[in-house]
Write a protein that binds this ligand. Structure first.
Ligand SMILES: [Fe+2]
Ligand SMILES: [Fe+2]
Length: 262
């Protein structure tokens, strides 16, 4: 199967050449990753609209989560006391990118913690995209081993740095679209250095490796394949996610009820 193709012209038209010109390199790279994932997930990006609209469409900030964008996504009613699989079904679907990443980890015999980390690594983008490694780690922290949340926290920074020891190269796609002069800002570089020296470094690094296998067009992986691993490594709260009084319960309630005012 071929990776999802990024048409440079369409990408520029979607983001807007003007908007792109005002972005720093970090924002551009972020924008590209979101664009690729959205393509894969089949979210409407307004393809086919005239390239040079005089009146720029009013758009939500680029860091807005998928659930909060006006993209025609259905907000279905979730069961009471929802659990993780309910969120995959109702809020994260089709979740192709994370499912494909996790599937690669599974099929290549990586540790179950890595498989689960891959399955969870980008789901927070339904809530918010800005700084998604940090938000994503926080969302799941009470329910997993610390090496899983730690890995997710730092994958956002690590993806910009190669590691030959596991065959992770700086993604071609970033070079092709943005040129080869991209230098992450200092706070990202600092996170990279911190992660590089940490005992969980490889947990995070493997998320970035499996990430590159998560952009295959038209490939659907059944979440059921991961049920056993979730059962063994996800501490499901009996009250349901959002109702267990944890410090992140509000994040799960927000995912469940994005239309709730205030
Ligand atoms: Fe990510
Ligand atoms: Fe990813």
């Amino acid at each position: 199967m071929a990776d999802v193709q990024v048409d440079r012209r369409k990408f520029l038209a979607t983001v807007g050449v003007g908007a792109l010109a005002t972005m720093n390199a970090e924002d551009k790279a972020e924008e590209l990753e979101h664009y690729m994932i959205d393509l894969l997930e089949g979210h409407d990006h307004g393809h086919g609209r005239p390239e040079h609209d005089e009146e720029q469409e009013v758009r939500a900030p680029r860091g807005t989560g998928n659930l909060f964008q006006a993209n025609g996504r259905e907000i279905s009613v979730m069961p009471d006391s929802p659990q993780l699989l309910d969120f995959y079904e109702h809020r994260f679907a089709p979740a192709r990118h994370v499912l494909q990443s996790a599937n690669h980890a599974l099929e290549t015999g990586q540790p179950e913690e890595t498989v689960l980390a891959c399955l969870l690594h980008d789901v927070v983008q339904n809530l918010i995209k800005v700084d998604h490694g940090w938000w994503g780690a926080q969302l799941i922290e009470p329910y997993v081993h610390e090496r899983i949340s730690w890995g997710i926290r730092y994958h956002g920074a690590l993806r910009f740095y190669p590691d030959d020891s596991v065959g992770y190269e700086y993604p071609d796609m970033y070079n092709r679209i943005f040129g080869e002069d991209y230098v992450p800002p200092k706070y990202i570089e600092d996170q990279y250095k911190e992660a590089r020296a940490h005992r969980y470094y490889m947990d995070s690094r493997m998320i970035t490796v499996n990430d590159t296998y998560g952009f295959e067009d038209g490939v659907d992986v059944d979440i059921g394949k991961f049920e056993d691993i979730i059962g063994r490594h996800w501490k499901a709260p009996k009250e349901g996610l959002g109702y267990d009084g944890s410090p992140v319960a509000h994040m799960w309630r927000t995912l469940q009820l994005p239309n709730t005012p205030l």
